[in-house]
Design a protein. Structure first.
Ligand code: HSE
Length: 444
């Protein structure tokens, strides 16, 4: 019998004892019997490394497992799988590199690391014929990575629409309920363990962009540079916009959007739209009812059509469930010596195809525009005139009571227009007629 078949247990070394690390330790301990039934042999923690091993984290882990020596944990011959849960680029990358170069499979929840260094890490895992699991990097507990990597492997993904940041979704949901300040909701999300160490990455859309980069790679078989993902967060959304959206039958969500069009460039290449921004979607759209910390991803496949994955997108135990799912998959592969069977990003690297990322200026969609204008005769017709000059057609207009100083909020919904034209028109309107206009893109 070969060595892997004789293995009596699978050892897991965890790096990082934060929100997710504590969740993983809890599940491995509480569900040890269940996991053994699924893997066939015990899956045991060989050690947990963190800079701080004295603070009580409220978990019942044996103190002798705690260490500050990450390299020793990675090198420990009993550690079969290395789990990286410290987040950020460095030293996380250094630890993942160290594990892969020792031919130890890795599980990580680190979306920033994969969005920036994914290609190198996926290639390294494939080269060493070992697994790299990252289910927890997108959508917390909902299994979207496995769905895209394996469930949809036979289809061409055409579009991805994702609520992929729990903190931003929590903020927008709470603000829609009314009577809460932006800062208070951010603080609540931090207390609940949803927000990143630096919550600006959640509210500025950066975390969603990291996750969208991972999904694009899985769905379209191409790496995407983070700089090419247009990224806008939720910090400028006000209760006026949430209310106005409601009046028009829309809900505002922070969406990661990616669309794939085959062979459309002059040289016959495919093209991708990749953007993260607050988006108005119809109230009856399934994503509109995804509230609080829940995430959902609506995928459109050429043959499968529309499908959705839904679940808690952040938080200790939901995210840890995804990590443990990867540990179990890898443990099973170790037992039959099948590491590296599935490429981390589903596509084989030698079959990548060049793809153009459509510049934001060329994107077309409908728009919600909110102006603050002087309430005098002719203002609306001047404004409509400027929009018309830029090939922008109005679908609806809403004007409500005067503000102090005789100004009035004027909301315009446009038909589909080109982003470049909208931006030029808004500059002219801002210079002549309105305070800084508010723009929210609409997806039908
Ligand atoms: N800060 C992230 C969020 C955690 O709020 O979604 C999960 O990636």
């Amino acid at each position: 019998m070969s060595d892997h078949l004789k293995k009596e247990r699978i050892g897991v070394g965890i790096i990082g004892l934060g929100t997710v690390g504590c969740g993983v330790a809890t599940i491995l301990l509480d569900h040890a019997a269940l996991i053994r039934r699924r893997v066939g042999i015990p899956v045991e923690i060989t050690g947990i490394a963190d800079l701080d091993i004295t603070t009580d984290r409220g978990i019942s882990v044996d103190k002798s497992l705690l260490t500050t020596d990450v390299q020793a944990l990675i090198n420990d011959p009993h550690t079969d799988i290395v789990v990286e849960l410290i987040g950020g680029l460095q030293p996380a990358k250094q630890f993942v590199d160290a594990a892969l170069s020792r031919e130890k499979p890795v599980v990580t929840a680190n979306k920033a690391l994969l969005a920036v260094h994914g290609e190198e890490l996926y290639a390294s895992a494939l080269r060493h014929n070992i697994d790299l699991g990252f289910e927890a990097s997108v959508g917390g507990g909902m299994p979207v990575i496995r769905t895209m990597r394996e469930g949809l492997a036979g289809d061409q993904v055409k579009a991805i629409y994702g609520i992929i940041n729990g903190t931003a979704n929590y903020i927008l949901s709470k603000m829609s309920e009314g009577n809460v300040s932006f800062q208070d909701v951010v603080a609540e999300a931090q207390r609940a363990g949803y927000a990143e160490a630096d919550p600006s990455t959640d509210i500025e859309g950066v975390d969603s962009a990291h996750k969208l980069a991972i999904l694009i790679n899985l769905g379209f078989g191409t790496p995407v540079d983070l700089q090419d993902i247009y990224t806008e967060g939720v910090t400028s959304i006000t209760s006026i916009d949430l209310e106005a959206a409601r009046e028009f039958g829309y809900t505002i969500k922070l969406l990661g959007i990616a669309k794939w069009s085959a062979g459309v460039t002059a040289s016959g290449e495919s093209e991708i739209e990749a953007r993260v921004h607050p988006t108005m979607i119809r109230d009856e759209s399934p994503l509109a009812s995804v509230n609080g910390v829940f995430n959902a991803i609506h995928l459109v496949g050429e043959f499968v059509g529309d499908m959705m994955v839904y679940g808690q997108g952040a938080g200790s135990l939901p995210t840890a469930t995804a990590v443990v799912g990867d540990i179990i998959e890898i443990a099973r592969n170790i037992r039959v010596n099948a590491g590296g069977r599935v490429p981390p990003c589903s596509f084989r690297p030698e079959f990548r195809e060049p793809v153009r990322i459509k510049p934001m200026a060329e994107v077309r969609c409908a728009y919600y525009l909110r102006f603050s204008v002087q309430d005098t005769p002719g203002v609306l017709s001047q404004l409509a005139g400027i929009l018309a000059e830029h090939d922008i057609s109005i679908a609806s207009v809403l004007q409500r009571g005067r503000e102090q100083g005789g100004r009035v909020p004027l909301v315009v919904i446009t038909h589909e227009a080109m982003e470049k034209n909208i931006q030029t028109a808004l500059k002219t309107i801002h210079g002549n007629l309105s305070d800084l206009p508010m723009l929210i893109r609409i997806e039908s």
